[in-house]
Design a protein around this ligand. Structure first.
Ligand SMILES: [Zn+2]
Length: 96
C-alpha cells in the first residue's frame, strides 16, 4: 500500500512534531527517510493463541539511505487521524 501525498505530509509533520530525528541510530548519518508504504502489525489479544483475525496497527517506516536500518513508528500514536484499521478504514483499534 503506497502512501498518498496527504498521508505522507501528515506523517512527516507528525514526525517533526514528535522530534523524531532523521539521524540513523546505527550509522549516525542524517539518512532516515519515509518509505513509500506502511506495515500492518497484527495485534494479538491473547499471548497464548496466535490469531490473524484481530485488529492491526499500521506502522510507517523510515529507512536509512546509508546502511539500510529501518525504524517503525506507530501511525495511530503519531496522528489520531491515521488511527484506523487500513483494511476496513474504520477506527476500531483497541486504544480507542
Ligand atoms: Zn544508517
Amino acid at each position: 500500500m503506497a502512501l498518498d501525498a496527504t498521508t505522507k505530509a501528515t506523517l512527516e509533520a507528525a514526525l517533526v512534531a514528535a522530534a523524531a530525528t532523521t539521524i540513523c541510530p546505527i550509522c549516525g548519518t542524517d539518512g532516515l527517510e519515509l518509505l513509500p508504504g506502511v506495515l500492518l502489525i497484527p495485534l494479538q489479544p491473547d499471548a497464548k493463541e496466535l490469531s490473524l483475525a484481530g485488529a492491526q496497527s499500521p506502522m510507517c517506516l523510515r529507512g536509512c539511505r546509508n546502511c539500510g536500518y529501518v525504524a517503525m513508528h506507530c501511525m495511530g500514536i503519531l496522528d489520531p487521524w491515521l488511527k484506523r484499521d487500513l483494511r476496513t478504514n474504520t477506527p476500531d483499534h483497541p486504544w480507542d
